[in-house]
Design a protein around this ligand. Structure first.
Ligand SMILES: C[S@@+](CC[C@H](N)C(=O)[O-])C[C@H]1O[C@@H](n2cnc3c(N)ncnc32)[C@H](O)[C@@H]1O
Length: 445
């Protein structure tokens, strides 16, 4: 009762908030609620406080809300981000096989349970949960009938090795096509409680930040780098080093510039492009599509796109067969991979003996400032800097944000990773791409 009164008082905007740096609206609201709860605990009634003062400091509060037309455009774009960077969620096809998922599901469920797109069935996931027999029985009753439910809500539990007991509420939503046929299901797993909740949310925050960084970088990537001769030179140099090799991997393919170059430079070449970030992979796919349309030749028949981390490639032996590739390209990727040694071991396993690895990567002595200064000078010389300024600034900000998570291995470390993974280094170029990377060419022993 006392709590209800306190909330009412808070709403009447007279309740107090301890000042915290302005963050998001939800953070502020939570802080306000916490403060009221704390005040009740201490004195039995809330202290007089001023929400209005704290609210007045919120960024944007003195501006107008978005206008009607712009708001549609903005919300359409934000909805994509809402699925991609939110609570764990996945999509099943109409036969309940996994189509795709978002990074939160990847982190908490797909990675530890080894769930695979287009291969794992929803039933395999249920088998990992607490009380699978009852859940499977219910699933049959609910989904094996017509009409299918529009929405299905269910409480589920998982005993996670890392996070302990995890309670969540599944919300499955029907997706239909233009002919009103059910084509897929989008399933949200709302976490209700978790034994090691702090660890879980810290892991999720880190993963979402990293994913969002790459997603935002994808927006500016081609605009900037396709206008940067140093990038084009690097691309040319790396692709030339795999000349004559037919079955190639482009690992950490990003927006697909190397993939396209590999496909275009040899019409018999087959490429498997591996890229885990959705925004990057989306650009890659649309570029292959554009190329196909503009040349009326079939490129999709020669490219396979796998939305996965290099570190998980050992689980995909049916798609990327071990010992079957002639070459692997890793352009500016090794520095960003969680475990470079393991990554190169995965790559070695995919190559034939004598297969070639070509990589470029930054290192401990890389000057990001110098790289961006060279890029800026180049854009200015082409008269493009002003129009690409926000992209440039954002790309710089992405680098800053990633500083903590990227590797700054020494050149000796890089050499050792390659050799320990079972390669013989055949060429070492100490400085390329405005001095930002080394290029390594190696042969699988
Ligand atoms: C700087 S971009 C390079 C993209 C492309 N190779 C190029 O040079 O244009 C780095 C890419 O590595 C990807 N990446 C990061 N970690 C990865 C991993 N574990 N497996 C595969 N790709 C990864 C990122 O998503 C990003 O697209």
């Amino acid at each position: 009762m006392a709590k209800k009164k306190a909330t009412a008082k808070l709403k009447s905007s007279e309740a107090s908030v301890t000042k915290t740096p302005a963050k998001s609206v939800s953070t502020q609201r939570k802080a306000a609620a916490d403060n009221v709860a704390a005040a009740i605990q201490l004195s039995g009634k809330p202290e007089p406080v001023k929400v209005s003062t704290a609210k007045a400091q919120l960024p944007g509060i003195s501006h107008q809300p978005t206008g009607p037309e712009e708001s549609w455009r903005q919300s359409l774009a934000a909805r994509v981000t809402a699925f991609e960077h939110m609570t764990p969620a996945y999509m099943l096809d109409d036969n309940f096989f996994f189509l795709d998922w978002n990074p939160a599901f990847d982190e908490l469920f797909a990675k530890p349970l080894k769930i695979k797109r287009r291969t794992t069935h929803g039933g395999d996931f249920i088998a990992e949960l607490v009380n699978p027999v009852a859940i499977l029985k219910r699933a049959t009753q609910v989904f094996d009938k017509e009409p299918k439910p529009l929405v299905d809500v269910e409480s589920l539990q998982l005993i996670s090795k890392k996070y302990g007991k995890l309670d969540f509420r599944k919300v499955a939503v029907q997706v239909t096509d233009d002919d009103a046929r059910v084509t897929a299901w989008t399933v949200y797993l709302n976490i209700e409680s978790c034994e090691r909740a702090d660890l879980l949310w810290a892991d999720l925050e880190r993963r979402l930040e990293s994913e969002l960084n790459w997603s935002q970088y994808a927006v500016s990537y081609d605009k900037l780098l396709l206008n940067f001769p140093e990038y084009q030179n690097l691309l040319d140099g790396l692709v030339a080093r795999v000349s004559g090799r037919q079955r190639c991997l482009d690992l950490g393919a990003g927006t697909g510039n190397a993939t396209l170059r590999l496909l275009q430079s040899d019409e018999r070449r087959e490429v498997c492009a591996v890229e885990p970030n959705h925004a990057m992979a989306k650009q890659l796919i649309s570029k292959v599509e554009q190329l196909e349309n503009s040349t009326s030749s079939s490129y999709f028949s020669r490219v396979q796109i796998l939305k996965e981390s290099i570190l998980r490639l050992d689980e995909f032996s049916r798609i990327v067969r071990p010992g079957s590739y002639d070459a692997a390209l890793m352009m500016n990727v090794l520095y960003a991979v969680d475990d470079p040694q393991k990554c190169l071991q995965r790559v070695a396993a995919l190559l034939k003996p004598g297969g070639v690895l070509v990589l470029s990567t930054s290192h401990r002595d890389t000057s990001v400032d110098n790289l961006f200064a060279t890029l800026a000078a180049s854009l200015k010389a082409k008269g493009l800097f002003e129009q690409l300024r926000t992209n440039f600034d954002d790309a710089r900000a992405r680098h800053e944000e990633m500083t903590a998570s990227i590797h700054r291995d020494t050149k000796a470390d890089i050499r050792s990773f390659v050799e320990k993974a079972g390669f013989k280094i055949t060429e070492w170029c100490d400085s390329a791409y405005a001095g930002a990377v080394v290029i390594v060419q190696a042969e699988k022993l």
